[in-house]
Design a protein around this ligand. Sequence first.
Ligand code: PBG
Ligand code: ZN
Length: 339
Amino acid sequence: MPGARRSVPRGADPAPRPVRLRRLRRTAALRDWVAETEVELRRLVYPLFVRPGGGRAEPVPSMPGVRRYPVSDLGPLARQLEEEGVRAVLLFGVARRKDPEGSDAWAPDGLVPEAVRALRRAAPGLVVTTDVCLCAYTTHGHCGVVRHGGVVNDASCERLGRVAVAHANAGADVVAPSAMMDGQVAEVRAALDAAGHEETALLAYSAKHASSLYGPFRDAEQSAPAFGDRRGYQMDFRNAREAMRAMERDAAEGADLLMVKPAITSLDLLARARERFALPLAAYQVSGEYAMLKAAAAGGVVEERAAVAETLGAIRRAGADLIVTYYARDVARWSREGR
Ligand code: PBG
Ligand code: ZN
C-alpha cells in the first residue's frame, strides 16, 4: 500500500495523528511570528479629566494613577504624551458651575474648549476627541434635560448639538456624544455642519450599556445622578440585537466611528459589529474595568502588565480598531521598557 500509513498493521485503526498546533508555540520567536493581532500604541486613546481652577493636578481616589488636570497643565502634558507615543486623548470636563440645564457644557469659554485650545497649541499632532454630554454639568447629574422627573429626548439632543459646536469651535478633531439620546448623532452632525464644521468627525457611543462599571468615573467627574439611574436611556446589557440596531442607526445618522462600552463585557458586540460595519470601531475600557485590574494587582492576585495585555488584546482580537483606556500611558511605558 502506498503512502505514509505503511507502518500501521493491516486491520488495525491508524493511530490518531494530532494536529500539532504546539509546533508554532514552541518558542517566543515563533509565537510572535504568527501572532494574529497586536495592541498597537497608535490605537489607544487616553481619557483626560480637566478641572476648573489652577494649582496642581489632583488624584482621583477610586482610580489609582488617574488625575484631574488644571488647564495650565495640559500644554506640557500634551507634549509629554506625544513623546511617550500616545496619539489621542478623550477629554472630559469637570463643571465650573452646575445648573439644571447644564449650560456650562456649551459655554464658548468653557473648560473643555479651553483645554482643546491648550492641547492644540502645544501638540498639533495629537488627536483631540471630546466627550459630549451634560451629566457633569447638570445639578441632577443626568445626561439630558429633566422635565417632570424624566429625561426628555429631543431637547437634550439640541443641547448636545450646542456642546459639540463649542468643542469644534475650539478645534476638536472628533466629538463623541455619549448621552444615549435617540437622534443625538443626527442632531450633533447637523449642528456641526450648520456651524461650518463639516470636517469635525463624530464618534458615536452607540452600544453603551447601563453599567455598574462607571462608578469610579462618576467619582472623577462628580457626575453621579442625584435621583434614579441611567437605565431609561442607556442600553440594557442583556441585549445584543438592540445594540446592532443602535449601531445601524448611528451609522445611518452620520457617525464616522462607532463605539461599544464597557469593553470587556461587550466582546460579542465588537465581533458582530466587525462583521457588519466598515466603519472604524472603538471600545471603551471603562473606569470600573481599570479599577478592577488595579485592585486585583494591588492585592497581589493578578500580574498587572499581563492582565492588561490580555484584556486589551482580547478587545483588539474581538474587533476593536481603537481602544479608549486609562492604561494608555502605562502601555506606552511598558513597551518602552520592553525594548
Ligand atoms: C458620560 C460618560 C460616562 C462615561 C463616559 N462618558 C459616564 C456615564 O455614562 O455614566 C463612563 C466612562 C468610564 O466609566 O470610564 N455620559
Ligand atoms: Zn452623561
